[in-house]
Design a protein around this ligand. Sequence first.
Ligand code: PMT
Length: 398
Amino acid sequence: MRILLGVTGCIAAYKSCEVLRELQRAGAEVQVVMTASAAEFVGPQTFAALTGQPVGTALFGDAVDPIPHIRLAESCDALLIAPCTANVLAKLACGIADDLLTSTALACTAPVVVAPAMNVHMYENAATQGNIAVLKRRGIHVLDPDSGYLACGDVGPGKLPAPHDIAAAVLAVLDGGARPLAGRKVVITSGPTVEPIDAVRFVSNHSSGKMGAALAAASLTAGAQVTVVSGPVSTAYPQEARVVVVGTAEEMLRAAVGEADDADAIICAAAVADYRPAEAREGKLKKGADDAALEAVRMVRNPDILRTLAEQRRRGQVIVGFAAETSDLADAAQRKLASKGADMIVANEVGGGRGFGADESRALIATSGGIEEMSLMPKAELAERIVDRICALLPETS
Ligand code: PMT
């Protein structure tokens, strides 16, 4: 799969390096073409080092290839322009070809995906919106920008979407058949559960949803349709995942069971509260007057979501659980593999800054085939390894 990445002159140009990496992780060979303005933000040498290929910057002066835009246009399976400025969007809409990137785009017959990024007022301007409409009518895939705090200080739509969302969109546009989870559904539980004591107090934990988000991104990249059943978190899940937000363990159980029926794989990465207050009081318990009630909050066991899903599994479904441990990862993983009825347990280290809320994780993967130890690595990479192992366990589709 060969993807030509066009980079235009925008502060978000530095994020193109991460987009490039996501595409490479998905198995793509990537080559880069930059506009002169893009080179003001990131040097061509950076992309050359990341791709191991020369970076296209000019229409003229290529001693080897006198018509580089035609070769580039013909040699890619998809053209992605990320970030795409308002100026380049306008040129694409009008068919202007006054540099290497826009000439290549005009000559390109492969699918084109464009990820606009700009100031909110530039994005909302009728001219830009008109250009986007023109491009969409022509079959160009224009992604919606994210909304938030922009480099200029304004707030609103205009942010470049997350790199994994952009990569997933490109891969979705390309033939999905080649991807290992194409046509499969993955359900992921993620984040904490929140168990109310009264109207203002609750029992919960520090799960941020980062591991669940990484698993969602890796599953999407592998071609799956993804549903995340998540407790409340501030981590953003990939745009292409369906997200069902729940509060308590009982709500998470209902939502997960509802999603499980047609799932091919279920990954339980949520940190589910094992116990909840027996009774959630309606109003706010008062200090002093309600001391006795507060001091005697009785806890009862929550349902075990992973075990329930494993008991109800349909034929061929792969069920993955996690084990959050401070020591003896291998023992805990093997115990939970048997007691939870899972096909795979990912035991990860927690405590001392590890696990909850961290961007990296040290884990091992236990299956009936044995234990595979991993070094400390980004959660994104661990998620890819877990998804690889799931692909190996899934039965062939007929
Ligand atoms: O969200 P992050 O900040 O990125 O942190 C990620 C994580 C550390 C929360 C994640 O990697 C992780 O380890 N999740 C499982 C945490 C946990 O609850 O572990 P456990 O050993 O208590 O539970 C074992 C397994 O049973 C887990 O798959 C859990 O989802 C599941 N479980 C537990 C209790 C319960 N009542 N129902 C369950 O389904």
